[in-house]
Write a protein that binds this ligand. Structure first.
Ligand SMILES: *[C@@H]1O[C@H](CO)[C@@H](O)[C@H](O)[C@H]1NC(C)=O
Ligand SMILES: *[C@@H]1O[C@H](CO)[C@@H](O)[C@H](O)[C@H]1NC(C)=O
Ligand SMILES: *[C@@H]1O[C@H](CO)[C@@H](O)[C@H](O)[C@H]1NC(C)=O
Ligand SMILES: *[C@@H]1O[C@H](CO)[C@@H](O)[C@H](O)[C@H]1NC(C)=O
Length: 966
């Protein structure tokens, strides 16, 4: 000790002398610590590292060769050893993630790893442009801490990592390494305490559990989203295995129950365990309940069934149990019962939503005294909510929406809930009945009581809630006016939804309300509000006033100048005036719905400034003039509804080019004239095309077959809409206008369920002056559900292949001049529910088939030459032709048969022949008619057909052979 002490004293003296010398010689630097000058070769290595980088934010501005900044030990992020002068720390971690992170970009230069004395390297959050980790990393044999999280590195991990034997902390997460074949190097790093390899694909490394077992000091392991598959051998040697592992994150993989065998070995130490988003199914293992140190247990997004094991009640330290989104189908009282050990004192967050849990919320819940968050939404709970829930004085959030709970919620349900901030009881059958003068103990931020019964009086207890951001009391049976105090509460509100009530009265000036809200949204739709539109705050972001009785001029909306309006729906009111001429103030508008009012005038050309517009509905007003060219700038439009107005002029050809995202185009019941432009066929995403009730002439373009969404089962348009409605979760805008589309199209209430929008695949060209033939190409639109070409001047035949449009539910060709026989293939339209062929010049026999004869005669009347059921019991030539080959039938058969005849089909046909050759002809024929539904009654017909089919086959074969030989 003494000698050592003396030594350091001596050093101290030397240091002083040195200092003295420096100042006496006149070296400029003065501050203490200047004696450590960085080592030149290390300085060069850092400069080479800097050279490879783009430093957009000047983070390395202190790194340079100029005299005054030459000392690299003073560079930002660099620390040198005060003994040796070597650089020991390089920390350029980006603190802020997300959009405004100030990262360095460029190559991860191998020169960095010449700094062999480094003990700490933090480069997380910088962007190394998909470079590899250089093999020279193996030189850093003193390094203890290596953080390369989210560095945009790529490909594989170098085996030289095995040389970093001092490493304690290793974070290579979120680099999306996708070619990791082995992790053998891990087993050499026996000092490791912390490993994060999240979001790298190590699915090919089957022995990762064995390698982890060789790390005796490990406390933290994250392999989240590593594409881990199950390949865990039953027995894994666990000699040096860590007894300190506290944090284990295996979420977002493909693991199944076989991992538990390995996992349970850490049962004595684990504190935080994340197993969410895997492939676990079956019962929750009992042993999880024996990990008595657990504080956090995530099991959500799996397929666990049944209930919760009783052992869980013994998890005396557990604070957070997350079982959301599984297939649990137990009874809630039993589940709560099983949790009622010492756990009930520790548990703070119980998340069981999105399961199939049944039964009532039990009285016992009152024993969970630490409970802060209770999430039970989207289950099958029924029965009443016990009053004892009101004793859980730590509760901050109750989420029990989307169940079948019933009964009355009273003040006592909340008696001690002074910390409650979020309450969502929507979509149950609950009545909420508080006494008039009750003052709740809580100040809610989030109030969601959609479709709970709150009315008929406007709920007065809300008066006390002065801080809410979200309020949804839609559909709650309120039959009252909105009290004045209400609008004064909303100063912070982001979303106020009072829709679907019976609220009446006149709205006050709202411009000064919402004063502390950044982007208020107001939904008062489906009420009985009247009077002029109120003055809104300038920064309002969504307004829905549809289905009320507002009147007066729409231009009063022009006081909204904040520029962040995204949704404006004032449809189904009695508003008048012209199209608001202030739309340039609303550049972010996504949805504009002015339908069903008394508006008139032209669409102003300024509409072209709405680049974000996705949905424009002007249906059922009195707008006139032409569609302005500038509307073509709104290239994001998916939904354009101008039905029931007085628009005129030609349908612009540019619609097909410039509005190519359109999914719904409704121009019906206007005064459009001229041809249907060919470029309309460019609308690949179109699902609903309504040009009915106009003055259109010319032919139906044969390019109609290019409307590919109508031809394909998987529609990208539908996928877009569904995806968008998930992505845009906050606003639900996309879902919103699909909803509107389905309801508003001709005011028919067409239902669509999640993703089932197929009913909206419609073409309606009825009531125009279209001439010419129905293009045969129309029958390529295999997914079309409704086709209405009625009341035109169409001539010619029905396309013979119409039968392949199997999804058709409604077909109306009435009031045209169509002629010829009805194609036999029509009898294959099995879904047809509406058929109207009346008032044409069809002739011959109505095809027989399961479906056709179910329509009554009105579907066919006005075609004097048409015969057969349901029009007439027989056809004129029925008696004459008894017993003779029905040449007409044969001809019809060929019409049907030829276009459909593919070589493959022909081979199949002959295959049938070959198998059945030894059977009587008759049998084969009956087989045939069943297939083609041709009514043949005798052997001759049958033979004729078979010979013809073989003939066709031979012809086809020969011609193909010929082509091949050429
Ligand atoms: C030198 O480094 C050691 C440990 O790294 C530290 O405790 C000490 O305070 C440092 N001395 C000076 C003068 O910075
Ligand atoms: C490295 O930098 C990050 C971000 O500035 C900081 O949080 C961390 O503590 C630093 N590490 C060291 C050892 O200085
Ligand atoms: C890694 O260590 C091995 C054995 O100690 C040695 O042969 C090799 O050169 C080292 N590799 C690097 C890159 O330092
Ligand atoms: C995960 O497992 C599921 C079902 O077993 C399988 O469909 C899927 O392809 C797997 N994912 C990966 C990335 O292997």
């Amino acid at each position: 000790m003494k000698i050592l002490g003396g030594g350091s004293l001596q050093l101290g003296y030397a240091f002083l002398i040195l200092l003295h010398m420096q100042s006496s010689i006149g070296i400029s630097s003065t501050t203490a610590g200047d004696e450590v000058r960085c080592i030149e070769s290390e300085r060069q290595a850092l400069l080479a590292f800097k050279q490879g980088l783009v430093d957009e934010y000047g983070r390395l501005s202190s790194w340079g060769s100029e005299e005054e900044i030459k000392d690299c030990c003073k560079w930002k992020g660099v620390q040198c050893s005060n003994k040796t002068g070597h650089i020991i720390v390089l920390n350029l971690t980006v603190q802020q993630y997300g959009i405004d992170r100030h990262d360095l970009r460029g190559n991860l230069s191998p020169s960095l790893f010449e700094l062999q004395h480094l003990t700490y390297v933090g480069l997380a959050g910088n962007d190394f442009n998909s470079s590899c980790i250089p093999e020279s990393i193996g030189l850093l044999n003193k390094i203890q801490h290596l953080d390369l999280n989210d560095c945009n590195l790529s490909r594989s991990l170098p085996s030289q990592l095995a040389n970093l034997t001092s490493l304690q902390y290793l974070d290579l997460g979120f680099n999306y390494f996708n070619n990791v074949k082995n992790l053998e190097w891990l087993s050499y790093l026996s000092s490791l305490k912390h490993i994060d390899l999240s979001a790298n694909d190590i699915g090919k490394v089957n022995n990762w559990p064995q390698l982890i077992n060789k790390l005796p000091h490990l406390t933290y392991l994250s392999l989240e989203g590593c594409n881990l598959q199950d390949a865990i051998p039953q027995s894994i040697p666990m000699i040096n295995t860590s007894t300190f592992l506290t944090d284990l994150d295996l979420s977002g993989n493909n693991l199944t129950a076989s991992i538990f065998h390995w996992l349970f070995k850490f049962g004595k130490s684990l504190v935080n365990l994340y197993l969410d988003d895997n492939q676990f199914h079956g019962l929750i293992p009992e042993n999880l309940g024996h990990m008595t140190h657990l504080k956090t247990l995530y099991l959500s997004y799996n397929q666990f069934e049944g209930g919760i094991p009783k052992s869980f009640g013994n998890l005396c330290k557990l604070k957070f149990l997350d079982l959301d989104d599984n297939y649990l189908d137990g009874m809630l009282p039993e589940i709560i019962g099983n949790l009622s050990g010492c756990l009930q004192l520790s548990l703070e967050r119980l998340h069981l939503s999105e399961n199939k849990i049944k039964g009532p919320l039990p009285e016992m819940i009152k024993n969970f005294l630490s409970l802060q968050s209770l999430e039970l939404f989207n289950n099958q709970l029924n029965g009443t909510v016990p009053k004892s829930i009101g004793l859980l004085s730590n509760l901050e959030g109750i989420y029990i929406f989307n169940n079948s709970l019933n009964g009355t919620i009273s003040e006592s349900h909340f008696s001690a809930l002074s910390k409650l901030r979020e309450l969502d009881m929507s979509s149950n059958s609950l009545s909420i009945n508080f006494s008039h003068d009750w003052i709740p103990p809580f100040q809610l931020d989030y109030i969601k009581l959609r479709s709970c019964k709150l009315g008929p009086k406007f709920p007065s207890w809300l008066k006390s809630q002065r801080k809410f951001s979200f309020l949804d009391i839609s559909g709650s049976g309120i039959l009252d006016s909105i009290p004045e105090w209400f609008w004064n509460l909303s100063s912070r509100a982001l979303d106020v939804n009072l829709s679907s009530n019976h609220i009446y009265g006149i709205l006050p000036d709202l411009s000064t309300k919402f004063s502390h809200s950044l982007r208020p949204g107001i939904d008062l739709s489906k009420n009985k509000l009247e009077g002029p539109l109120p003055v809104f705050p300038v920064n309002v972001t969504s307004i829905n006033l549809s289905e009320n009785r507002f009147s007066g001029l729409i231009s009063s909306l022009c006081t909204i100048t904040g520029g962040i309006l995204q949704l404006l729906d004032v449809s189904h009111n009695q508003l008048s005036g012209e199209f608001p001429d202030c739309i340039t103030q609303w550049p972010r508008l996504v949805i504009l719905n002015l339908a069903n009012n008394n508006l008139s005038g032209k669409i102003p050309s300024s509409i072209g400034s709405l680049y974000n517009l996705e949905s424009l509905s002007l249906q059922n007003n009195n707008f006139s003039g032409e569609i302005p060219w500038s509307l073509g700038n709104c290239s994001a439009l998916h939904f354009l509804d101008l039905n029931y107005n007085s628009f005129s002029g030609k349908i612009p050809t540019w619609i097909g080019e410039r509005l190519s995202s359109l999914i719904f185009l409704l121009l019906g019941s206007n005064n459009f004239s001229g041809d249907i432009p060919l470029k309309l066929c460019w609308l690949k995403n179109i699902m609903l095309l309504d040009l009915s009730n106009n003055d259109l002439s010319g032919n139906i373009p044969s390019c109609i077959q290019n409307l590919t969404t109508l031809a394909q089962k998987e529609s990208s348009a539908i996928n877009y809409l569904i995806a968008a409605s998930y992505v845009d979760d906050n606003s639900g805008y996309s879902a919103y206008y699909v909803d509107k589309a389905s309801i508003m199209w001709k005011r028919m209430n067409r239902d669509y369920e999640n993703g089932n929008l197929k009913n909206l695949k419609i073409i309606d060209l009825s009531s125009n002056k279209l001439t010419g033939k129905i293009p045969v190409q129309i029958s390529v639109l295999l997914e079309l559900v409704q086709l209405n070409l009625s009341r035109n001047q169409l001539t010619g035949w029905i396309p013979p292949n119409i039968g392949q449009m199997r999804q058709l539910e409604s077909l109306d060709l009435s009031w045209n001049q169509l002629s010829g026989q009805l194609p036999w293939s029509m009898s294959q339209l099995y879904f047809l529910g509406t058929l109207n062929l009346s008032y044409n010049n069809f002739s011959g026999r109505i095809p027989t088939g399961t479906q056709i004869q179910t329509f009554d005669a009105s579907s066919f009347i006005g075609n004097p030459a048409l015969c057969g059921l349901p029009l007439t019991p027989t056809c004129p030539d029925d008696e004459k032709s008894e017993g003779k080959p029905k040449n007409r039938d044969i001809a019809e058969f060929w019409k049907w048969f030829k276009p459909e005849m593919e070589l493959g089909a022909a081979i199949g046909f002959v295959g049938v022949l070959a198998v059945k050759l030894d059977h009587p002809w008759k049998h084969l024929c009956s087989l045939l008619f069943n297939k083609v539904k041709v009514r043949l009654s005798n052997l001759k017909d049958c033979l004729y057909l078979l010979v013809a089919a073989v003939g066709l086959l031979v012809r086809e074969y020969v011609s193909r052979l010929g082509r091949k030989l050429k």
